[in-house]
Write a protein that binds this ligand. Sequence first.
Ligand SMILES: *[C@@H]1O[C@H](CO)[C@@H](O)[C@H](O)[C@H]1NC(C)=O
Ligand SMILES: *[C@@H]1O[C@H](CO)[C@@H](O)[C@H](O)[C@H]1NC(C)=O
Length: 783
Amino acid sequence: MRSLSFQSLLSFAALALLSLSEQGTASTTGLSPRAAPACADFWLGKIAHTGVAPHAPAGYKVFRNVKDYGAKGDGKTDDSAAINKAISDGNRCGPGCTGSTKTPALVYFPPGTYMIGSPIIDYYYTQIIGNPCSLPVLKATSSFSARWLLDGNPYGANGLAWAAVNVFWRQVSNFVIDLTAAPATLEVAGIHWPTAQATSLSNIVFKMSTAANTKHQGLFIEEGSGGWVGDLVFNGGASAMAVGNQQFTMRNLTINNARTAIEQLWSWGWTYQQVNINNCQIGFDFTAAPGNDLKVGSVVIIDSSITNTPVGVSYGNSAATSSPAIANTIILENVALTNVPTAIKSAKGTVLAGSTGKKTIAAWGRGNAYTPTTGPTSFQKEITPNPRPADLLVGGKFYTRSKPHYAELAVSQFLTARSQGAKGDGKTDDTAAINKLLAAAKAANKVAYFDAGQYLVTGTIKIPAGSRITGEAFPVIMSSGSYFANSASPKPVVQVGASGETGSIEWSNMIVSTKGSQAGAILIQYNLNSASAKPSGMWDVHVRVGGFAGSDQQLPQCAKTPNTVITSANVPKACIAGFMSMHITKGSSGLLMENCWIWVADHDIEEGANNEQISLYVGRGLLVESTAGSIWLYGTGSEHHQRYQYHLVKTRGVMMGQVQTESAYYQNNPDATVPFAKVDAYSDPNFDKGQSGYGLRVLDSKEILVYGAGLYSFFKNYDVTCSQIGQGSSCQNRIFSVMNSSMKVYQLNTVGTTKMITYNGNDVASASKNINGFVQTIARFQT
Ligand SMILES: *[C@@H]1O[C@H](CO)[C@@H](O)[C@H](O)[C@H]1NC(C)=O
Ligand SMILES: *[C@@H]1O[C@H](CO)[C@@H](O)[C@H](O)[C@H]1NC(C)=O
């Protein structure tokens, strides 16, 4: 999440005014409504709204239907004020509040056309959800004059309302955002989204003017530490998206009839997957280059298509005169062109010819390459694409699956946690009630619905094969007590499948946490053998350790201690918060995770704590030991664990992109050996004295594919100097270690780390040879 000073913002490449073909008809939404039940019966509107917010004042309402706040959705009335009332009601965390988990909200929009005369302001910890069976339309009025229609982070006197890198736990899903009635020459974007991890935009159609002089934009992002967006359709506009952020994963974007499909303002790393661009003038514009300081660090584009567009990819770097020399590190793999005369061009002209017919770019890249024994080798050319394991693919593309909205199910097919006796009040022991809910839902083939709340559990929660689970406003399962307190005998808080069980699950929109000292807690243990069935899916399921109200791991208990030498003897026990965040066990297989953020809090989130830093100790991040593999990690992050953020051991067939890590800010006081001792049963890595934990370690594994990784070490004992430009990347020595494994990596970005790659114990790549602005970038590493 780290806030640093970023290149930004609001810099727009001068765009030629070019004529465009007419926008498509209403059917260009690309969405086909599903069959029964009727849209008016969408379960989310009908289900008993019994969510609670245990740390909010009495009477606080989590669920809000905008119509209950006076919104008409009649295509005539200006509904902006009513919608903003629905979002803000209950003294919630709006602009001016630094953050809060105490006032979660789910704001629901029934079908209708909601006229918007002034911006809709999003609040902290909010799900804004439309009816997926008939998408509600947010339509700008003809007199709309603001910069954004839906504003995720408004500008005030002191810049953005929230530090963009601290905006977590938000969603917007199932809408049409229609700007076509606003003047074409109004510089307006449908959504302003400078946000960070655990946020998502999905299933949204943007409609914009296709006039030659249009200034409309669909999505605008100028800062942050994202994040994931997907299942978006854009029609028209000057640019469908104008986006800059540290890192992002963007999947399944369809862009029709925009002038520039994607205008990249800046990036460290970015993964574009399944982007389909039709009838634009430029597909990807990476030329953003105020001064001579190229802003687009690295990008990977896979499994995508560009059609009827004169220029596919355009970048600014012309190495001899550009700084940094390896800016615009780009990789394309499996990109199909149809009538794209210039596939790729630089400031100097065509780099890769296209075709007026069909042409597929199997793979192309530019940047620095390494193997365990060679590098840096600067390259700019067509390259051999990665060998892709067949079980990770469908029709040659990587398997993907979008989060289910269950639009086809009647409300009777849901079973709520409250109806099974779970309180969610953060105090009552809900272990038995939740296990009853999950067993009953499975027996009746219903979806288990977690009403908003904090569900305290003192024993393991068991998710059986066949479960479908979703939550309201990010409900929290929070472990507590002695069962999870013994690091010599770790226990799962949530266990997905018994060891050896076959089958799969769907799980979305939830958080797993701990309360107080929990040295033996494994927050999520995944055991299911799913590869032989349908892969399991986890979407927007997050681990969040500490930093929030009710965790007993906040500023009063766990304030940072950079001026005390921390050893095993004096680590505050109250701040040892978990053994491991997530374990994908040996016998498991077949798991897709999308937009899952595994976070040990580095600061106290709640209003009043002012984002002050805290030191929490969790031994390990995500351990993947699945022997059979078949694992897709799309847009995942893992941060601030002791020994590693990701560890792949004796596994195979893992697709990772974009993965993002941060080392613990307290390291190396203590270093990665404290407080959790090495446990061989968990294949813990060894460390030299003084070393910090790994971002990514891979041991005895094969067919490991990384499509974008950002491994960051911003601090050394809370001092940020070591990661700043010109300071020698000296926060830690090593962050990415591969042992006896076959793997292919595109777009490795590191921060604050002297040696970027270590293979079989030998340091292979130095940060100093790969400087790319604030980060260091290697385009390609292959063992
Ligand atoms: C892409 O998103 C659209 C809109 O939500 C959806 O209809 C389609 O199924 C998605 N396709 C994939 C491959 O996820
Ligand atoms: C290397 O990894 C393979 C599994 O990929 C394993 O069978 C072998 O024992 C390992 N070799 C060494 C020297 O560790």
